[in-house]
Design a binder for this molecule. Structure first.
Ligand SMILES: *[C@@H]1O[C@H](CO)[C@@H](O)[C@H](O)[C@H]1NC(C)=O
Ligand SMILES: *[C@@H]1O[C@H](CO)[C@@H](O)[C@H](O)[C@H]1NC(C)=O
Ligand SMILES: *[C@@H]1O[C@H](CO)[C@@H](O)[C@H](O)[C@H]1NC(C)=O
Ligand SMILES: *[C@@H]1O[C@H](CO)[C@@H](O)[C@H](O)[C@H]1NC(C)=O
Length: 401
């Protein structure tokens, strides 16, 4: 496992300290316009949503994305005049933050660190006549601390005019640990929370966004009308919102097939009808509770013949081979008939002379995560108002070049 992957394996889960939760609430942005229709459409097809892009003022916003070792970054501009930053795309958290001067403790990033004093639209939020602090601690132990501010955020748009979001709530980070790669300046949170980028876009965008990740080249993340995933081969599954973790996008995983061998969650404690796994763009591998995960590992091991297991792979399932062809085809079955037939690249990672299963078995008390490696070469569309996630098998690197 690469260092980067180890470090970023659990960015999905943010813990805000209780004190700061109060300041978060006190400084919540005025987002009254965001509504979520609770339409539980039990459907595996998202084509029922028809959306007229022309209804949107200014077209559909989008951003270019960059692959960085095991994570995906998006380019956006902040401030006036606008400064370009690259920040990690994270559907598992809400805050949009970037490193800011002055640094108490900053990590190296590729571009210059944002200097609020040079932006005419930067406005620090005040709580009881003090700057409003925030602190986010991610499960992988990385963290970001700083102050809340409002600032202009600018994206590209299909209209050709920049898409300008005035007075967007951001975190201006003065003390952060390294997010992933030297190039990311921060994180763009995209979860269901009120301060995420998608929530702050407002109701015109209906909580729609889509991305297509590929381990090579650049790609795009789309918002609004242009983010609809439809057409031949599109499958969709319901997303679920849990009262105890209402910001996460839960999906329901029914089974994983290893070749012809379908390993059901039914009969294990992982089985659910209302969401058992969080889809997360900010986590590299897929994490499953070992109660179920071990059944999948056994099925893989049974299907891999005449290949030696790698010693010292610990909890990981690794083989001494440099030939990815020896591995079985795996299919992830999400509820409602969304069967994702995975490429071997999605499920196995080269680890220097070995190949390892890109699924990691977790303690059952920990969150199950559907990570970004498994989402490679799927066009993934989130529709938070209809509560559907759609998938379309796509060669993502050819899509945007
Ligand atoms: C955003 O701010 C700019 C500059 O103050 C202003 O011209 C523009 O109308 C604002 N846009 C919106 C949507 O409020
Ligand atoms: C930065 O934040 C970390 C994590 O909360 C904390 O341990 C450290 O003391 C802070 N550093 C400074 C210089 O404030
Ligand atoms: C939806 O699911 C049903 C039953 O699982 C299946 O027969 C149908 O082909 C699926 N439709 C699409 C568009 O995938
Ligand atoms: C995907 O598209 C790229 C660029 O067009 C091409 O080089 C590559 O061979 C394609 N991959 C597959 C699996 O078709």
């Amino acid at each position: 496992m690469s260092r980067a992957a180890t470090m970023t394996m659990a960015l999905f889960f943010q813990l805000i300290t209780s004190l700061l939760l109060i300041t978060t609430t006190a400084s919540s942005p005025p987002l009254g316009g965001v509504t979520f229709d609770v339409i539980h459409r039990r459907s595996n097809s998202s084509s029922s949503r028809h959306f007229n892009t022309n209804e949107l003022d200014g077209g559909s916003p989008y951003a270019n994305t960059v692959f960085a070792t095991s994570e995906y970054l998006m380019k956006l501009q902040i401030g006036t005049p606008p400064v370009e930053i690259e920040a990690l795309i994270d559907t598992g958290s809400d805050l949009v933050w970037t490193q800011c001067l002055p640094c108490v403790h900053c990590f190296d990033q590729l571009g210059p660190i944002f200097d609020p004093s040079k932006s005419s639209t930067y406005k620090e939020k005040r709580c009881r006549e003090q700057p409003c602090p925030y602190a986010i601690h991610y499960v992988d132990r990385s963290y970001s601390e700083g102050t809340y501010a409002t600032e202009t955020v600018t994206l590209l748009s299909t209209s050709g005019q920049p898409f300008v979001m005035n007075e967007t709530t951001i975190g201006c980070a003065h003390n952060s640990s390294d997010v992933t790669t030297p190039s990311a300046s921060g994180i763009v949170g995209l979860d269901w929370g009120s301060s995420s980028l998608i929530s702050q876009m407002g109701e015109n965008f209906l909580g729609l966004f889509s991305y297509c990740f590929s381990g090579e080249g650049t790609s795009k993340i789309n918002f609004g009308g242009n983010a609809i995933v439809a057409g031949d081969g599109t499958v969709a599954t319901n997303m679920f919102r849990k009262t105890d973790k209402p910001e996460f996008y839960y999906l329901n995983l029914d089974a994983i097939s290893v070749g012809e061998n379908r390993v059901e969650t039914l009969g294990t404690s992982f089985h659910s009808l209302e969401g058992n796994i969080v889809i997360d763009s900010g986590t590299t591998y897929t994490y499953l509770p070992d109660t179920y995960c071990n059944l999948v590992k056994d099925a893989v091991d049974n299907a891999v013949v005449n290949v030696e297991r790698a010693p010292f792979s610990g909890e990981r399932l690794c083989y001494k081979t440099d030939n990815i062809e020896v591995f079985p085809v795996m299919t992830m079955h999400f509820s409602g008939g969304a069967d994702l037939k995975m490429a071997t690249y999605n499920m196995f990672v080269n680890n220097g002379g070995e190949y390892c299963l890109a699924i990691i078995c977790n303690d059952p008390t920990q969150q199950a995560i559907f990570g970004n490696r498994a989402q490679n070469n799927w066009l993934v569309g989130y529709d938070t108002s209809s509560q559907l996630v759609s998938f379309k098998s796509t060669n993502c690197s050819s899509l945007w070049s």
